[in-house]
Design a protein around this ligand. Structure first.
Ligand code: SF4
Ligand code: SF4
Length: 91
């Protein structure tokens, strides 16, 4: 199984979910030239934006990282977890 420690995509990108029928928002975010991922329910616009706590060795506040970081689980079926394979070396 994929490891978050080997990946760190979530520490280098923010994703903005947009409903598939929210045409105005879709056009708005497309105008920024952001990569767009897709799952069953939403489009996810990917914003390159590294967390201030990420280092080459990993999270520098690992023991005290926010709850949202603790809840991240690697899942190869998840479109966000697939992003590293698609765009490896981009950041
Ligand atoms: S949840 Fe997925 S995308 Fe995020 S760091 Fe873990 S493996 Fe990477
Ligand atoms: S706090 Fe740590 S785990 Fe959370 S996004 Fe920042 S570097 Fe990644």
């Amino acid at each position: 199984m994929k490891s978050c420690i080997d990946c760190q995509v979530c520490c280098h990108y923010l994703t903005i979910p947009v409903g598939k029928f929210d045409k105005d928002y879709i056009e708005f975010y497309k105008n920024f030239g952001l990569d767009m991922l897709e799952d069953d329910r939403v489009y996810l616009f990917v914003v390159p934006c590294s967390c201030q706590y990420i280092t080459k060795e990993g999270c520098s506040i690992y023991e005290n990282r926010p709850k949202v970081c603790r809840q991240q689980q690697p899942d190869m079926t998840d479109v966000i977890c697939s992003y590293k394979e698609k765009w490896d070396g981009k950041f």
